[in-house]
Design a binder for this molecule. Structure first.
Ligand code: SAH
Ligand code: SF4
Ligand code: F3S
Length: 448
């Protein structure tokens, strides 16, 4: 340990919020060992990458980054480099790192974050690489966490995924669903509230199936969990992601509508608007099911912002299927959407399908979809012009320091000019008048 005390770590994170939060745990574990955070990779003694493999470009980016790290290792032979996260779960990636990247010392996964200290010590002592990665394991509680923000916090409620959407690699790299015990979640959020956290975002690949893996007699579902968190003093905003349409129960919608701290925003991935494609994707709902859900949600939560994920070019998608997606998207009118071109992932069902869509068709559809999505997003934001919204102030905009940003309860980013004493605003809620709605942001004015 003595040796580690003056050492510095550098973390690079790719992928979803689960990975971002895992990196907060990694930072916590390393700081407990005595490491401090390095400002750049160049000054680090330990570099850890937390990776994502949900699409092919994520994978290619990893190899690019690994290539960039090679000169650092040549300059500083003591430098230790580790690769963790979802890519490290793939046998093909492990084989490639073992064979072609001899300067990578360690592979790790979300299942052995707690063992990082002993793994690092072992590598230091023996000088040999550790490349075995556990692909499953129990939930690890009570890890130290170094959080990125003092007033907003991620809290995992369920790990893994059982859904096996046919395009998706996540169930293969994150294991089966495991819900955290409700008392552990409550204990964590109470602690956060005491430390000044205002907003919690509950995380899981599918938060709606929270608790379904508990024995029936002690079952607490996601709606029950929201109700309990809603009663914690100090927390003013509760968010969650991601929801699967097939598990969004009436009870949960009612809870969202009645629990006043639960924000008026739902990220509800649609993926496609054609019943044929939804079936091939194994999503277990139809376009009608989704439409009915949206009607129910909007009837009970009138100012709900709805965002989604969409994939174009799934195997077998024809122009008519894509038009169904465009049509449904137009009917619903999302506040924002993440749009993806289908990317075959080895090991998934869809990658084996023979009727893959050409790259040209995928790109053509992607651009047409983005155009519709952007038009809707802008229209939704313009409808807020003149309205008063409560924002939680996040701080100066990374791009323009003299402009501040904050988020509405509906999760829209508001840009505003802060008054002189701007330092006092961060982490607090204020009212703003919306002046202008743009495609990705709102411009607002602080109400004194
Ligand atoms: N559990 C979450 C997040 C999954 S990954 C959920 O179910 O929504 C986030 C998004 O990536 C998915 O919603 C999907 O739209 C997209 N995605 C997943 N696999 C993909 C693939 N092979 N190609 C393109 N997009 C993909
Ligand atoms: Fe992937 Fe589907 Fe699970 Fe989401 S619900 S992580 S898209 S398999
Ligand atoms: Fe990527 Fe793993 Fe998240 S594959 S999207 S980092 S669960």
């Amino acid at each position: 340990m003595e040796k580690c005390r003056k050492q510095k770590y550098f973390l690079q994170v790719f992928g979803c919020q689960m990975n971002v939060h895992d990196a907060e745990k990694l930072a916590g574990v390393l700081e407990k060992m005595g490491y401090s955070r390095a400002a750049t990779a160049e000054e680090a003694d330990l570099i850890l990458l937390n990776t994502c493999c949900v699409r092919e470009n994520a994978e290619n980016r990893l190899y690019g980054h690994l290539g960039n790290l090679k000169p650092l290792k040549i300059n500083k032979p003591d430098l230790m480099i580790g690769v963790g996260g979802c890519m490290a779960q793939l046998p093909s990636v492990r084989a490639k790192i073992e064979a072609d990247y001899p300067y990578i010392d360690l592979l790790f996964s979300a299942f052995n974050l707690h063992q990082i200290p002993e793994l690092i010590m072992k590598i230091r002592e023996t000088g040999s690489r550790i490349l075995e990665v556990p692909s499953e394991g129990q939930i690890i509680e009570d890890l130290p966490v170094t959080r990125n923000s003092p007033f907003q916090a991620w809290v995992t409620v369920i790990y893994g995924c059982n859904n096996f959407c046919t395009y998706c690699i996540v169930p293969y790299v994150r294991g089966r669903e495991q819900s955290r015990r409700p008392e552990k979640i409550m204990e964590e959020i109470r602690g956060l509230a005491m430390a000044g956290v205002k907003e919690v975002t509950l995380l899981g690949q599918n938060v709606n199936s929270y608790g379904l893996d508990f024995p029936a007699e002690e079952r607490k579902d996601f709606a029950d969990l929201l109700a309990a968190i809603n009663r914690i003093d100090g927390i003013t905003r509760i968010r969650f992601q991601t929801s699967h349409p097939k598990d969004l129960s009436d009870k949960l919608i009612r809870q969202m509508a009645t629990a006043e701290k639960v924000c008026e925003h739902l990220h509800l991935p649609l993926q496609a608007g054609s019943d044929k494609i939804l079936k091939l994707m194994n999503r277990k709902y139809t376009r009608d099911d989704y439409l009915r859900l949206v009607e129910k949600l909007r009837a009970q939560i009138p100012n709900l912002a709805l965002t989604t994920d969409l994939i174009v070019g799934f195997p077998g998608e024809e122009e008519a299927d894509f038009r169904d997606t465009l049509d449904l998207v137009e009917k619903i009118g999302f506040d924002a959407a993440f749009t993806f071109a289908y990317s075959p992932r080895v090991g998934t069902q869809a990658a084996k399908m023979t009727n893959q869509v050409s790259e040209g068709d995928k790109m053509d559809r992607l651009y047409r979809l983005i155009e519709v999505v952007n038009k809707q997003a802008k229209a939704a934001n313009q409808r807020l012009e003149g309205m008063v919204e409560t924002i939680l102030v996040e701080g100066p905009s990374p791009k323009k320091k003299e402009i501040y940003t904050g988020r509405t309860r509906s999760n829209k980013l508001v840009l505003f000019a802060p008054p002189e004493t701007a330092g006092d605003l961060i982490g607090k809620e204020f009212k703003v008048k919306i002046k202008k709605g743009l495609t990705y942001t709102l411009q607002g004015e602080l109400i004194k």
